[in-house]
Ligand binder design. Structure first.
Ligand code: NAP
Length: 554
């Protein structure tokens, strides 16, 4: 019996029927590692399953060339251990996948997390058991485990989306989704490579692949607003400054609308600023790189359409400067939607890659749509483009896709996938009505923010809830339908006031609008991550009014 259960004097007879684990979680990425730390601290036994052969989540699956964080690495990390923050050294501003992956191993080693992790194990289903208040969790190979709390740490951008392009299985060479880049690596030097899709993944991948491939052809449907990342090495002076101020940096993330260590709001709107000054501010910020261009210039870029347009025009002027061929530049310019209606990528030489002779762009929206993939390449309405390798950088089933791979069946017998068929409602992205003792880390209707910051805030809320359950002797906590309706309505109200609400016009994954035949929906709370974290704390302080707590009859 763990320490919290020992404290519990009021537990019912049902709670004495011990499950295999207090907590089972799926996903050994940042969420899984964070959970192991916080659950162990709360005295809970925990098992984290992952179908991958290594920990890391995103950072073990996405091994494509150029994969790196778009948040600056020094705050793209778990903050629970001051010691780790001090001991780990990042080598650059935006660590590549290998470095982030090494960091995650460092955390797992340092905190002795491995005994709680079971890799190469797919979880197929989880079913709430009314009698015991436990979850029955089944692996793909039919093994069964029980737990009191079942938690999804499956990630919000984890399940690949592969569009139904005719003939995609007929290609004779390697043809795979970017998030399934062969784990052992792939020799593309001297090869003709196709990349279908033009989002953040392609923006990172293209400049690297183009360096050694014979040719790279990008099939683009919707151009993006791409801003410079501006990579730089971590110098000893910069590292010292970070480590001397780590607590303040983490606090800054928790107080920021996107969970980033940015100096915003800046207290200045573009709408109130003289155009010459606007230009000066943009020019000054541009070479510094990162999303700071949006967040550390003016406060109204995401709320005022004219201000947004001014920022968009500035980015477009930079595309024209960076791409030598004016016709190509025009093809790469985003039109007809505001900046941030699609998540803008950060680049490390994306536009400059199009100045190379071996890089080609095919406009599959207006000029030559894809007809099919053949044995040798991609046939459009105009040409047959021949390739050795085809990469499907076609995005993800964001927010719900990962969770929906598991058949999660709640109290009524309905699965989560069925429940989310036309609307993906939740309470603060952390729990779902009809699914007792079940929690989601960064689920639908949570904010889109620097993920480790949000992940840790979600885990803290979940841990506090579980602590209450254990110390007060409860068997079941049931998220209330009324609270779910309220949160969804609140999320919708805010969403409708933002420019992001136009995402459904441009297939934005932020509204699930990238998935063919799926009804676009509100997946993101746009009220600000800082406001959201405060709401999580309010909920804890108020004793979790969104949940009903029950003891089973003994
Ligand atoms: P994405 O931004 O959703 O881009 C997918 C691309 O595939 C789009 O260009 C899309 O065109 C295209 N596409 C989809 N279906 C298609 C079809 N049937 N035919 C032709 N093209 C099709 O996906 P992503 O680039 O993988 O990035 C997704 C998100 O993952 C990012 O926004 C980001 O949040 C995250 N990510 C983060 C990082 C990082 O932080 N370092 C790196 C990579 C990804 P349309 O635009 O026309 O739909």
């Amino acid at each position: 019996m763990n320490s919290l259960q020992e404290q519990n004097q009021g537990g019912s007879a049902a709670s004495q029927a011990k499950p295999d684990y207090d907590v089972i979680s799926v996903g050994a990425g940042f969420a899984g590692l964070g959970l192991i730390h916080y659950m162990r601290e709360a005295g809970m036994s925990i098992r984290v399953f992952d179908r991958a052969s290594d920990i890391g989540g995103t950072w073990t699956w996405n091994r494509y060339p150029g994969a790196a964080t778009d948040s600056e690495g020094y705050y793209y990390c778990l903050a629970f251990s001051k010691e780790i923050l001090q001991e780990w050294s990042w080598t650059k501003r935006y660590p590549g996948w290998e470095e982030t992956h090494r960091y995650m191993h460092f955390v797992a080693d340092k905190c002795d997390m491995w005994p709680h992790i079971q890799l190469n194990t797919e979880i197929a289903s989880a079913e709430f058991q009314e009698d015991s208040g436990h979850w029955l969790v089944r692996t793909g190979s039919g093994e069964e485990f029980t737990c009191k709390y079942f938690i999804s740490g499956m990630g919000m951008i984890s399940e690949p989306y592969i569009p139904n392009i005719k003939g995609k299985d007929s290609f004779k060479g390697p043809c795979f989704h970017s998030a399934r880049w062969p784990q052992e690596g792939l020799d593309y030097a001297g090869k003709r490579v196709a990349i279908i899709g033009c989002g953040a993944t392609t923006v990172q991948m293209l400049p690297i692949v183009a360096q050694t491939a014979e040719s790279v052809t990008v099939f683009q449907r919707t151009p993006n607003f791409v801003m410079p990342a501006v990579q730089k090495p971590m110098t000893p002076e910069w590292e010292k400054e970070i480590k001397d101020n780590y607590e303040a940096i983490i606090e800054k993330c928790r107080s920021h609308a996107f969970g980033m260590a940015f100096d915003s709001p800046v207290g200045r709107n573009l709408a109130d600023t003289h155009p010459d000054e606007v230009q000066r501010v943009f020019e000054e910020q541009w070479p510094k790189g990162s999303f700071r261009f949006v967040f550390e210039t003016f406060d109204d870029l995401l709320s005022n359409p004219e201000s947004n347009q001014a920022a968009a025009d500035f980015i477009i002027s930079k595309i024209r400067e960076r791409v030598n061929d004016p016709e190509l530049a025009e093809m790469l310019i985003p039109r007809g939607y505001p900046l941030f209606a699609k998540r803008p990528p950060l680049d490390h030489g994306f536009y400059e890659a199009f100045n190379r002779d071996n890089v080609h762009l095919v406009d599959i929206k207006d000029r030559e749509p894809i007809v099919e993939i053949t044995e040798t390449g991609v046939r459009t309405t105009e040409n047959l483009h021949e390739f050795d390798i085809i990469v499907l950088a076609t995005g993800f089933k964001a927010y719900t896709g990962g969770i929906e791979t598991v058949e999660i069946r709640g109290r009524s017998g309905e699965t989560l996938k069925e429940k989310w068929e036309s609307e993906s409602k939740s309470i603060m992205g952390v729990c779902v009505a009809d699914f007792p003792n079940f929690f989601v880390i960064t689920g639908p209707q949570a904010p889109f923010a620097n993920l480790p910051t949000s992940i840790e805030q979600n885990i803290i809320w979940i841990t506090d809830c579980i602590k209450k359950m254990e110390s007060e002797g409860y068997d079941v906590c049931t998220p209330l339908a009324d609270a779910e309706d309220k949160w969804s309505a609140h999320t919708a109200e805010i969403h409708d006031q933002t420019l992001m609400a136009q995402g459904d016009k441009v297939n934005s994954w932020m509204m699930g609008a990238n998935i063919e035949n799926k009804k676009p929906r509100i997946l993101i709370y746009h009220g600000g991550a800082d406001v959201y974290y405060a709401k999580l704390r309010e909920s804890v302080n108020a004793g979790f009014p969104e949940l009903q707590f029950d003891k089973l009859a003994g």
